[in-house]
Design a protein around this ligand. Structure first.
Ligand code: ADP
Length: 482
């Protein structure tokens, strides 16, 4: 492999480009001109335009035009579309990910549930059959009982998911889930699952190579979610019994083996308050939250992805892998927690990332970046690790205080309230956590940073001054603070 094209944007494009540089592989950034990618481009050896990250043909063309012999899809967009992996296989381009047949086998939640059942991996009691008539779905819903979750079989990102608590709501939930699924995925097949109250979301990182070796790299707890979307992730899962960890990692490896899995993948489980776990789905790609695994195990998952895709064996044996210390990741978004978390757009006027021991920032923006409306408004991932969970939380609290983003609303101070909440500190996490503590997590006094941000947002130019000894917001503001 000599030249690798990254068919993605933002922080994940930067993450992959860094590994390429470390490995002596030339990197090409496929950019969408609607995206302000001035920061991302700095990390690449060359760039090539792409009409859309969602168009298989356009991505393959971009690779051909730039002379790339490999494509890394990042996460999202085409990363879980078997068609891109298949097109690469046909074009003789190395796809950094699993074989297209493994992606296809895990592409539908219904089919992957059926496969898991055959493999003896537990799935949430529910209905994943072919018959999609209202009569059958209603009869099956009765068997499962309430509360119930209607899901899009082709789903992702929490779309097309409806909770039903009253039999009278079922029909409406089926209709709106079908509509949403058709719009988002072009496929309106549904499945029904028992809705588990107060569960945890725990997932296992797996990795396979072309020789059939498969290892796991332990778990990540991603229970802190808003609208089924992850916000905070950590490893190890807090207050997690070792027997459960062993059973779950074993089930995850069995799931991966069942689809001849190669490269990095994640097997997601839902865990009931009494410690039962069920398969949710397998994500056949690198996850947003992969850094927490890297920090507790000390591996480089992207480097391993590139090595394994070029036919090399896994760089580690299962017995080499250990969890050491604790890592937590938070997703920093341009959004307004005070106004229903509405995505924000505009220019980043001031941008200061935290640093120091155990602090990692994977970001895709810089001072002056225009955050647009066409793409996900995640600005950066802040990941902190330390020898214990308590110390990692203290470090995250400190790093969030040091993280300054002015010019548009963001969730930094809200994240600080999340990670310093006493229930989070106690490790009492569930997917209901953020909704349950919604009020407590809202700011009670006006915050100074958003006020300054609001003032700065109206300034048309970038703040360029770099005052020495920046220790607080006022210093960082330079001429604007006077
Ligand atoms: P998506 O692919 O859209 O992300 P998932 O099936 O991975 O959908 O589920 C996303 C989240 O929705 C889970 O992490 C969990 O919080 C919640 N969820 C999914 N299935 C259930 C269930 N049966 N009961 C309760 N919550 C669920």
């Amino acid at each position: 492999m000599r030249k690798l094209l990254v068919a993605n944007r933002g922080e994940i494009a930067v993450r992959i480009a860094r590994s390429c540089r470390e490995m002596g592989i030339a990197s090409v950034f496929a950019y969408d001109e609607r995206d302000d990618s001035r920061f991302v481009r700095r990390f690449f050896d060359s760039i090539v335009p792409v009409a859309s990250y969602l168009d298989v043909g356009a991505v393959i063309d971009a690779a051909r035009k730039s002379g790339a012999d490999a494509i890394h899809p990042g996460y999202g967009f085409l990363s879980e579309r078997a068609a891109l992996a298949a097109a690469c296989e046909d074009a003789g381009i190395v796809f950094i990910g699993p074989k297209s047949k493994s992606i296809a086998a895990m592409g539908s939640k219904s089919e992957s549930r059926q496969l898991m059942t055959r493999l003896g991996v537990p799935v949430v009691p529910g209905y994943d059959g072919e018959d999609q008539s209202d009569a059958t779905l209603t009869a099956e819903a009765k068997k499962i009982g309430l509360p119930l979750l209607v899901k899009a079989s082709a789903g992702g990102g929490g779309k097309g998911m409806k909770i039903v608590r009253d039999p009278a709501e079922l029909q409406r939930a089926l209709e709106s889930a079908r509509r949403e699924a058709m719009k988002a995925f072009g496929d309106d097949r549904l499945l029904l699952e028992r809705y588990i109250e107060e569960p945890r979301h725990v997932e296992v990182q797996v990795f396979g190579d072309s020789r059939g070796e498969i290892v796991h790299l332990f778990e990540r707890d991603c229970s802190l979610q808003r609208r089924h979307q992850k916000v905070v992730e950590e490893s190890p899962a807090p207050n997690y019994p070792e027997t459960l960890r062993e059973k779950m990692t074993k089930a995850a490896v069995a799931a991966a083996r069942g689809v001849d899995y190669q490269n990095a993948g994640t097997v997601e489980f839902i865990v009931t308050p009494d410690g039962e776990f069920y398969f949710l789905e397998m994500n056949t790609r690198l996850q947003v939250e992969h850094p927490v695994t890297e920090l507790v195990t000390g591996v480089d998952l992207v480097r391993a992805q590139i090595d394994v895709a070029s036919g090399k064996p896994l760089p580690w044996k299962q017995s080499d892998l250990r969890q050491r210390g604790h890592a937590i990741e938070v997703r920093v978004y341009a959004e307004d927690p005070a106004d229903r978390f509405l995505p924000q757009s505009g220019r980043i006027a001031v941008y200061r990332e935290p640093s120091g021991p155990g602090v990692r920032v994977d970001s895709g923006v810089m001072e002056g970046t225009e955050v647009g409306v066409n793409f996900d408004p995640m600005l950066a991932k802040l990941v902190c690790c330390a020898e214990s969970r308590d110390a990692a939380i203290d470090r995250m609290d400190r790093a969030l205080r040091d993280f300054i983003v002015l010019g548009l609303n963001n969730n930094i101070s809200w994240l600080r309230r999340v990670v310093t909440h006493e229930e989070f500190r106690a490790g009492k996490v569930s997917t209901r956590f953020l909704a349950e503590h919604e009020n407590a997590l809202m700011a009670t006094t006006p915050e100074i940073v958003p006020l300054i941000a609001a003032a700065l947002a109206s300034t048309p130019r970038t703040v360029k001054s770099e005052p020495a000894g920046v220790t607080c917001v006022w210093d960082a503001l330079g001429p604007w603070g006077r």
